[in-house]
Design a protein around this ligand. Sequence first.
Ligand code: KIV
Ligand code: ZN
Length: 503
Amino acid sequence: MEMQEENYVRIFDTTLRDGEQCPGAAMSEDEKIEVAHQLAKLNVDVIEAGFPVSSPIQFKAVERVSKEIAGPTIAALARATRGDIEVAAQALVHAPKKRIHTFLATSPIHMKHKLGKTPAEVLKQSAEAVRIARELVDDVEFSPEDGTRSEWEFLREVCEAVIEAGVSTINVPDTVGYSTPETYGKLFEYLIKNVKGADKIIFSAHCHNDLGLGTSNSLSAVKNGARQIECTINGIGERAGNTAMEEVVMALQTRKDLYGITTRIDATQIARASYVVKTITGMVVQPNKAIVGSNAFAHESGIHQDGVIKNRETYEIMTPQSIGLKSNKMVLGRHSGRAGFKDRVIRLGYNPKPEEFDIAYTRFLEIADKKKEIFDEDLISLFTDQSTKYSIHKYKLDYYQVTTGSQTVPTATIRLKTDSGIVEESTTGNGPIDAIFRSIEKAANIKPLLSRLIISPVTEGTDALAEASVTIEHDGITVVGKGSSTDTLEAIAISYIDALNRL
Ligand code: KIV
Ligand code: ZN
């Protein structure tokens, strides 16, 4: 039992294989490399880079991940046939640590209707596939597909046959997301207890989320001896998705008291990984998604905000910093109290006298009655209305010009009026807005971090006045600048200059 009893769980990431398999998540080769780099930063144990035989694009992607990504073991998927396995081995040839992951269905319904094979044939083919793979690589994983709808006794026989053939990991997939925490955990307990040679290999959990149980099932498997979890970033994957990596990792980290298990994941890379996968695949993350949803560390109710300001542990079981976010988000709205309002005002750099504060708070409540969420820029305008002492105009836009187009490198020229005269700078950018921002930064000789840009029309129609609001950070200070114009790009330039003036 020595392998099963280790208190460390390997994280096998399949975002690039099972994750990418779902509708709308296809990634280009370069995008896969970008995701793979982020997975390496997370320090995952295994990256399943693709299914090489399925297309030349898949083959190339696995080959590039094998060449370019250092650190994790690179795995490639293969059906249980010599052809598939040999192609997987070729794609993996450059990986310093490589694994072939081969699979064959073992459930009665799959064997009869999909494969048209008898259990005896499946048993033989499974062992044969592992033997072939072992001729090519040292590290072989086998998955009895639809494992959770297979007969346990037959699964036991298959596990013994593949162990005999030299497998090092047996993954028991809940392919259709049918299992429950109790039964999935019991299945692992049964296999680890009854399979001859179970102590020499790692058992792995692979869950789909059809009943919303991916994370619970994976944790139950761990509780019962599994020492690898297969998962994807943001839980993307076939149908309802796969187990979300961020959920299992943070559950094991936050409830170490219950599981006594660690992973090698650098959890502070989770927020970034989620962002990379979301932007590359375009698969949005629901706001209330555990760990990585935009509301996961947001508090709006007055009681909660007051509690978190006094001691964050009143309403937070993990810190936003633990997944790589800068801070929690106090959403100001109708339900916020004085404490939440005051905290935000101070964070924005204001220090109003008590009587100024009271007036501002009354006005805030009036606005909150009309608006769902009050942003930093609303508060700034609230204070700016009361006094002009917050807007010292150091820079003013005198003139701007942008050239852009599908065949042109976007270029901007900016002329600023400053306290000491006129400054003019031109530069190129990734797009017209980027070019504008870079030219302004050059002219003002400052490079703040842009954290948010919101552009909204004030009224309807293409000739509407555009309002831009930009949030920047510099030397630990966050400010929001605003600008409006019927020319959207000019509104953006003004908002950025306004933000610089507020620094
Ligand atoms: O869900 C599944 O059964 C799979 C296997 C190929 C491991 O993804
Ligand atoms: Zn799967």
